[in-house]
Design a protein around this ligand. Structure first.
Ligand code: DC
Length: 207
C-alpha cells in the first residue's frame, strides 16, 4: 500500500451500515492519522437536546447546542458541558438525529466544527458522514461512497433494525439540506461481500 507524508483528507460517505466506520478506522490506522465520525456530531446535538428538554423544532436552541459541541480524538462528544458519548447510539437518538440533521442552521455550525477539527490536525483526517465529499471537503484527496445491499446493512445494525435504517436513509437522501448523494469525483464501492482490508486497500490505491 502507498505511504504518504503530506496531509491527506479522505472523505467517506454512504448510508447507514455501509461499512464507513470500519473502513475509516482501517484507513486512519494505516495512514497514522485520526478519524472523524461526523455522525457523532449530529448525534451529540440530538442527545443533548433530549437531555436538556430542547424541542427539536427549536432551531435556535439546537444551534446553541451545536456551537458548544466539542469532540476529541477518541470520539467523545461534549455538548453544553455534558459528556453525551454514552447516549449517542440510543434508540431515542436514532430517531431524533434525523430531525437535527435536516435542520440547515445546525448543519452550518457543525460543518464549521468538522472543518476546524481537521485544520487542528494539520489538515489531515479520515472523515466519514453523508455530505463530506459534496459539502464539507469537496476537494478531499480521495472521495469514497460506500454502499451495501439493504439486507446486509440491516444486519450490520441489529439494534436499530431494518425499518429504522430504511427510515433514516430515506430522510437522509430526501432532505433539502445537504442530502446524501454520490459526490462529484467519488468512487463508488459496494462492500456487501468484501472484507474491510480489501476495501481499505482499494481506497489507498487511489491516494
Ligand atoms: O453516521 P451515523 O449513522 O452515526 O449518522 C447519524 C445521522 O446523522 C444520519 O442518519 C444523518 C446524520 N448525518 C448527516 O446528516 N451528515 C453527516 N455528515 C453525518 C451524519
Amino acid at each position: 500500500m502507498p505511504e504518504t507524508s503530506r496531509p491527506v483528507v479522505i472523505a467517506i460517505d454512504g448510508p447507514a451500515g455501509a461499512g464507513k466506520s470500519s473502513v475509516a478506522k482501517a484507513l486512519a490506522e494505516h495512514l497514522g492519522i485520526e478519524r472523524l465520525d461526523t455522525g457523532s456530531t449530529y448525534r451529540g446535538v440530538a442527545a443533548a437536546a433530549l437531555r436538556a428538554g430542547v424541542d427539536l423544532s427549536d432551531v435556535e436552541g439546537l444551534v446553541a447546542l451545536a456551537r458548544s459541541l466539542e469532540i476529541d480524538g477518541e470520539g467523545a462528544v461534549v455538548v453544553d458541558g455534558a459528556d453525551v458519548t454514552a447516549d449517542l447510539r440510543s434508540a431515542e437518538v436514532n430517531v431524533a438525529v434525523s430531525v437535527v440533521a435536516a435542520t440547515a442552521a445546525v448543519r452550518e455550525v457543525l460543518v464549521d466544527r468538522q472543518r476546524a477539527w481537521v485544520a487542528e490536525r494539520g489538515g489531515a483526517g479520515v472523515v466519514e458522514g453523508r455530505d463530506i465529499g459534496s459539502v464539507v471537503f469537496p476537494h478531499a484527496d480521495v472521495k469514497v461512497y460506500l454502499t451495501a445491499s439493504e439486507e446486509e446493512r440491516a444486519k450490520r445494525r441489529p439494534d436499530e433494525g431494518s425499518a429504522g435504517v430504511a427510515r433514516r436513509d430515506r430522510i437522509d437522501t430526501q432532505r433539502a439540506a445537504s442530502p446524501l448523494t454520490l459526490a462529484d469525483g467519488a468512487h463508488l464501492i459496494d462492500t456487501t461481500s468484501r472484507s474491510i482490508a480489501e476495501v481499505a486497500e482499494e481506497v489507498l490505491s487511489w491516494l
